[in-house]
Design a protein around this ligand. Structure first.
Ligand code: SF4
Length: 349
């Protein structure tokens, strides 16, 4: 039985249909309601042709409340969006411009994060709570409405904002189901990327629940268990060999590649043992390594690499046969680059 206070925007279509049936509205109205909420982005009382059903749905549900607290524009056209929810909790999402009129939106899945990665500002906050599916989807709706005013659109979503998406598994999966639904925003599965720091059992579960249709990104960050444990505490639980097996089992569609993220930390993970380990990890795997220069934050125990150090790391991986790219920072001017989310102010290099 769905509870009387079901969060309306958190319900994928089948759950919405079940709820409408239970409260006597009828499942046949589910596509209209879903479309109004998630494609047109209008509140329940502005969805047409529901008549007296509107009041009945309103009585049985609670809408997701999400508003912009602030929008910070960076000179490189990256935009950091601070989103506030009903309980006052705030998260940040980041709009990253792409070619043409399109944006990639980096969404958050938790308020703070329990994973405590040493190179990440969000990790210093600890975990307040996970978001609901409605709150995850709300970040997308708010961003789409913002850029629609500029005649631009959000065409790609990456779960790389605050939080570990696979630690908020049920909410993230429901949000993905809503975002993929043809009656809703209807994102292409290949345009949704879920990034994980390596919760091995959840990777297998996500593969089973999505059939591998969405894009997976693994935050590997080091090629040896010793270095990885130093910068990613969860690595003490799941060693690199288990991560490798989880990626190997991912049902990758023919034309796709897995993404493997490595933050560039000079003097920490760019020595021969780690580079060899990354090359071993990638051998036989259809994947691309993204080298991400460390982005600074106050109290960070690391320094940012110079461009020459980033290029050297990239060259060393390429020389070992690894297909690698550099993801140069975007959004540093508003503390919106990778690993900087939930900072009050930008940080000087
Ligand atoms: S890198 Fe990701 S998983 Fe690690 S602390 Fe930051 S938000 Fe959490």
């Amino acid at each position: 039985m769905t509870t009387p206070s079901a969060e309306l925007h958190a319900l994928p279509m089948p759950a919405l249909a079940r709820l409408l049936d239970e409260i006597g509205v009828g499942a046949r109205h589910a596509p209209r309601v879903f479309q109004g909420l998630h494609r047109d982005g209008v509140p329940l009382d502005r969805i047409g042709q529901l008549g007296r059903h509107t009041a009945r749905i309103a009585a049985a549900t609670t809408p997701t409340a999400a508003t912009f607290d602030a929008v910070h524009d960076n000179p490189d056209e990256t935009r950091k969006l601070v989103v506030r929810f009903a309980d006052g909790a705030r998260v940040e999402s980041v709009l990253v411009p792409m070619r043409d009129d399109r944006y990639t939106l980096c969404v958050s899945s938790q308020v703070g994060c329990a994973m405590a990665c040493a190179f990440c500002a969000t990790g210093t906050l600890g975990l307040t709570r996970s978001l609901t599916a409605g709150e995850i989807v709300a970040q997308v709706h708010l961003a789409r409405a913002l850029v629609a005013d500029e005649r631009r659109r959000v065409s790609r979503l990456v779960f790389m904002g605050m939080g570990e998406p696979l630690a908020a598994y049920d909410a993230v999966l429901d949000a993905i189901r809503i975002l993929l639904d043809p009656h809703g925003p209807c994102f292409g599965a290949k345009n949704i990327t879920v990034s994980t720091v390596g919760l091995v059992p959840r990777i297998a579960q996500l593969a089973a629940d999505t059939g591998g249709r969405i894009q997976l990104a693994l935050s590997l960050h080091a090629g040896t268990d010793a270095t990885r444990a130093r910068i990613v505490p969860i690595a003490r639980r799941w060693p690199i060999a288990e991560l490798r097996a989880a990626l190997e089992a991912w049902p990758l569609p023919g034309s796709r590649a897995l993404m493997v993220e490595v933050v560039a930390l000079p003097g920490v993970n760019d020595g021969p043992a780690d580079l060899d380990g990354i090359a071993d990890f990638m051998r036989g795997l259809r994947g691309v390594v993204n080298v991400i220069p460390f982005n600074p934050f106050p109290s960070a125990p690391f320094r940012s690499p110079t461009d020459a150090e980033v290029l050297a790391m990239h060259r060393a991986l390429s020389a070992r046969g690894v297909l690698a790219k550099i993801r140069w920072p975007r959004g540093r001017g508003v503390a919106g680059a990778c690993g900087q989310l939930m900072l009050a102010e930008p940080v000087a290099d």
